[in-house]
Every structure is written in C-alpha cells, then in structure tokens.
Design a protein around this ligand. Structure first.
Ligand code: 5AD
Ligand code: SF4
Length: 452
C-alpha cells in the first residue's frame, strides 16, 4: 500500500448493500493512496454511491452533481484537480448517459465493477473509457482485505442480485441475476472481521435467503448451513441477515431461528401487500395464507421473534378491498418495525406501464398504514420495558457514561454504562421508552420481569 496522499469523500445512498460497497470502495482506494474524509470540501475525489430504488433516482443524482460541481471548478482555478465518480445502481442503469448529461462526472462504475475504480480513474485521466459497468463475478476475489479496526457490528455481503423479477422492482436490472459467493470466502472474511474486533455480523444480500454458495465440500450451501458454520466461530456473538423473500424461507432456516442461539430474534421479511390479487400482480409467487403459515412456523420455534417488513401501497390495480387486506395482514402479524412506500413507477419494469392509482389515494392509504405500523412499533417497544436483555454497545451516547447499542430485536438502546466499552455485550434492564429508542440500566440486582 502506498502512503495516503489524496483524499476521497464517499456519499452513500440507499440500502445496507451500498453501505458495504462504499466501505469496500474506500478499501480499494486506500490501495491507490486515498484517505477517506468526512466532507466533500478539500477532497480530491468525490464518489456518489447511488441508489435506484426510489422515485426520480437519476434526477436526484444529476442535481447532486450540480451541487458539487463548484468544488471542481474552484479547485481548477487553484490548479488542483477534483474528480467526481458516480457508482452504484444509478451508474449501472444510466451508464454513458451520466457523462453525457453531467460532463463534470469523470467516471461511472457499476456495483459489480467498483473493484476496478482505481484503474477506471487512471484510464479516464488518459482519455480512455470512463464507464465501467461490466458484471464481473470475480469482484469479491479482487477486493482488498478490510482494514484493521472495525465497528463491533459489521456488514458482510454474501449474495447479490435477484432472479425474482417482482414487477415493481429495478434490482434484477441494476444488480443483475442472483450470484452467491463461495462459503469459504465468506467464512474467511468473517474471520478477518472478528480479528478486528467485530462481535456481530449482518449477512447481506438483495435476496439473502436465496443464498446457495458453493461449500468447501463442493455442494451448494444454503443460508442456514452458512449461518450454522459461522455460529461455530467462538468470537462471533451475533448473526443477522437481510433482506429475505418469503418464498426462500427454507425449513432449515426456520429451524435455525429456534436452535441457533447466535441468530438474533429479528427478521426482516418483506411481504409488500396483504392482497392475493396484488401479490399475484407483483409476481411475488406466494399468497397471504402462505405468509401467515410461515410466520406461524417461525413463531413456533421462536415465540419472541421481532418481525419487520416492507410494504407498497397504491400498486397499479390496488382497490380499497385489496388495501383492506394489507391492513388486516398487518393487524394479524404484528410488526416490531416496518418500512412502507407509495408505489412509484420505475421505467423498464412491467408495472410502470399499467394504469396507476391516483396520487391522493396512495397518500391517504400510506398515512393509514403508517399510523398502524407506528402504533405496533410503539406497542412492541413498550412491551420490552422491564425486560432484561443483552445489548451490544456500539457507539458513545449523548450523556457522559452513556453508550448506545442494539438489543437482540435490533432496537436502539441507550445504556448508562460507566466504565464499559464499545464492543462489549452487557446485560441490561430496559427502563423507559424514548421516541425511537429505549433507555436501560446495566442489570445488576435490579428486578426484571423475565429473561430474554
Ligand atoms: N415503488 C415503491 N416501493 C418500492 N420498493 C421497491 N421498488 C419500489 C417501487 N417501484 C420498495 C419495496 C422493497 C423496498 C426495498 O423498496 O418495498 O422491498
Ligand atoms: Fe426486487 Fe426483492 Fe423482488 Fe428481487 S425479490 S425483484 S430484489 S423486490
């Protein structure tokens, strides 16, 4: 590695996979002599790691480039060079078009090609191709090892892409088809993370429970098999995974929630809609009864499982009765947290050209759904007051002696923990509720309702 002489600022949009990719881009650039900085001012390279899932994603990238272009122009006047790179899913979707519409952008790299960011920058500087959006399955092999010191909870990408083609979603087009990393590579990366102080690993994938990477025995390993293997690593305390499709919740994975202690009792399992008609139109490949049965099986093995989900309201053709089915599903399942969105058409996806639900109807349904989900979230959090649970301390809190961590159910918990350190897992008793978090004291002899 050459000593850091240049500065890079990476701005991340969207999901956890982009957070992981940004960290890996920082590793790639460190190899090229770049140090990561926290603000665009003074940086020699600005990377926008973009997301394509939300509405007008590309337009937002163009306006962001417009906002930072002056940094490039000012630097030029001072005889310095500032480069702008657009990475991520908008880069993949727009490709060359980005440079045509925003000439201030120097290079464009897709999510499957950012391991070649250094080369692409060098090539573009000497007048060569500035766009790199080839799918390259060797990406993970060519990435450098993560650096020495990591936060106690780390992301680890195990699979990318998706073959499901839900009719609202751009992922199969931007991230490409499903690809699972070989299990041995994942275990090796996990060991490196643990050696740097990590205690919790969040396994990431667009469709993570479809994971079927090659195992060291030459057979395909499922996500459950991989989780069980990782659970054998003594330094690893907690395992999570996201994001899952109900169709890929295998018996084995459901069973792991019951018998693998390190697998945390929290599951993000998007259902999108509670209406069979809408689920079929979305090409989700399952109905509401199958989803209920799955939730029952999960709760049989892990009664305290905290469930989270994604919902889309106002999908083309969604009637008031369909929406009532979504509200009913939410009532029946009971979520600890959830994300909900108005449907918004993505060019090139099948649902984009169908007849749309009026905006006011979408807005009104979204408000009703969000009111219900937020009531459920409060109810879930309130039910944990008085409980004893373990918290992984992740960062300093606002008050002296306070540290903030996560409960097994992924709730943010502020703990009065003088003398304790980040990275420790401490038993606490939850004392009260904040707006988006819990307050807790270290569990000494304090009475607790029951153990979790
Ligand atoms: N419109 C609204 N929400 C969408 N999502 C994905 N595509 C769209 C779209 N076109 C939501 C889904 C998905 C989450 C990541 O984003 O709920 O699970
Ligand atoms: Fe998109 Fe998820 Fe459907 Fe794949 S399973 S197409 S990533 S919503």
């Amino acid at each position: 590695m050459i000593p850091a002489t240049r500065k890079v600022f990476i701005k991340t949009y969207g999901c956890q996979m982009n957070v992981y990719d940004s960290a890996r881009m920082a590793d790639v650039l460190a190899r090229e002599g770049y140090e990561t900085v926290e603000a665009p001012e003074g940086a020699d390279l600005i990377v926008l790691n973009t997301c394509h899932i939300r509405e007008k994603a590309a337009e937002k990238v163009y306006s962001e480039v417009g906002r930072i272009r002056h940094l490039k122009e000012e630097a030029k006047r001072e005889g310095r060079r500032v480069e702008i790179a657009v990475a991520g899913c908008v880069a993949q979707a727009e490709g060359e078009e980005i440079i045509r519409r925003a000439p201030a952008v120097d290079v464009v790299v897709g999510p499957q090609s950012y391991h070649r960011l250094g080369e692409t920058l060098a090539r573009a500087r000497s007048g060569g191709a500035a766009v790199e959006t080839e799918f390259d399955e060797r990406k993970f092999d060519l990435l450098p090892a993560p650096p020495k010191k990591a936060a106690p909870s780390a992301f680890l990408t195990v699979q990318e892409g998706c073959d499901k083609f839900c009719t609202f979603c751009v992922v199969p087009y931007t991230r490409g088809g499903e690809f699972s990393r070989p299990a041995e590579r994942i275990v090796a990366e996990a060991k490196r993370l643990l050696a740097s102080g990590v205690r919790e690993i969040m396994l990431l994938g667009q469709n993570v429970n479809a994971y079927h990477g090659e195992g060291p025995d030459g057979r395909d390993w499922s996500l459950a098999r991989l989780v069980r293997e990782l659970a054998e690593l003594p330094e690893l305390a907690r395992i999570r995974y996201t994001t899952s499709h109900p169709r890929d919740m295998s018996d084995d994975l459901v069973a792991a929630h019951g018998d693998c202690e390190k697998l945390m009792p929290y599951l993000h399992l998007p259902v999108q809609s509670g209406s069979d008609r809408v689920l079929a139109a979305m090409n989700r490949r399952h109905g509401r009864e199958e989803y209920f049965r799955l939730i029952d099986r999960l709760r049989q093995v892990r009664p305290d499982l905290a469930l989270s989900g994604d919902f889309i309201v106002g999908f083309p053709g969604e009637s008031e009765a369909d929406f009532a089915d979504t509200m009913d599903l939410v009532e029946r399942v009971g979520y600890a947290s959830a994300y909900s969105f108005k449907y918004s058409p993505r060019p090139g996806t099948p649902a984009a050209s169908r007849e749309q639900v009026p905006e006011e109807v979408k807005a009104e349904r979204l408000a009703r759904l969000q009111a219900l989900l937020s009531k459920q979230q409060k109810r879930f959090n309130a039910a944990t007051v008085g409980l004893r649970m373990e918290v992984l301390l992740e960062r300093p809190g606002r008050r002296p002696g306070q540290l903030v961590g996560r409960s097994p159910f992924l709730q943010a918990v502020n703990v009065d923990a003088p003398g304790r350190s980040i990275g420790e897992i401490v038993p606490v008793v939850v004392e009260s509720l904040g707006s988006n978090s819990l307050f807790a004291a270290l569990a000494g002899d304090a009475p607790a309702r029951l153990s979790a």
